[in-house]
Write a protein that binds this ligand. Structure first.
Ligand SMILES: [Ca+2]
Length: 192
């Protein structure tokens, strides 16, 4: 006979329930960085078939990511320089080549977010590599920014691939503070 204290059984059950709930609900993934004068530049798209004539050499950052289940996902710019700053997002499937900005372009957005911030959504598949390009509307716009991926439909999860400036959105503000403090400490160390 195995005499297992009932309190331990309850604890195990609660731990298992916590694991299940973590797996069942997608967690938004935030990212942050800065567009700088030393960033590479490209001629951003204007439409799916034409290039911008005002964003001809915009600084950009690229975020490689994948999802673990098919579904609808969104990516948005949540801040850039100031409330009037004008972001642009482009989503690529398979590969991104700054010399061919219309190749593999899945979708893009200029101003669907707050103010002139960008918000795009797309149906994505598991097992496919995607690249989110964060850039600005016109040339010469530099500054720090924040962004976020969300699962719009389905229970899939976005995972960023090897991006250094990635902070999974935590469940509490306390955790956000710790994550941002850690990120800033890391950034300070790198600059030193
Ligand atoms: Ca914009």
């Amino acid at each position: 006979m195995f005499g297992v204290p009932s309190s331990r059984v309850i604890k195990l059950a609660l731990a298992a329930a916590a694991l299940v709930s973590q797996a069942a609900f997608a967690v938004p993934v935030t990212f942050s960085g800065a567009l700088t004068q030393s960033d590479p530049v490209f001629n951003r798209p204007f439409t799916a078939t034409s290039l911008s004539t005002v964003g001809t050499a915009v600084a950009y950052d690229v975020y490689g990511f994948h999802v673990n289940a098919a579904g609808t996902y969104s990516a948005e710019a949540t801040g850039f320089l100031s409330s009037t700053a004008d972001t642009f997002l482009a989503l690529y499937q398979g590969s991104f080549n700054r010399a061919a900005p219309l190749t593999n372009l899945l979708t893009y957005d200029d101003d669907s977010g707050t103010g002139a911030l960008s918000l795009l959504s797309a149906t994505l598949q598991a097992g496919t590599q995607y690249y989110l390009v964060f850039t600005s509307y016109t040339n010469g716009m530099y500054g720090e920014y924040n962004g976020r991926f969300n699962t719009v439909s389905g229970s899939g999860q976005v995972t960023l691939d090897g991006a250094a400036a990635v902070v999974p959105e935590p469940a509490s503000l306390a955790l956000t503070g710790v994550g941002l403090a850690g990120l800033m400490a890391l950034r300070r160390r790198r600059k030193a």
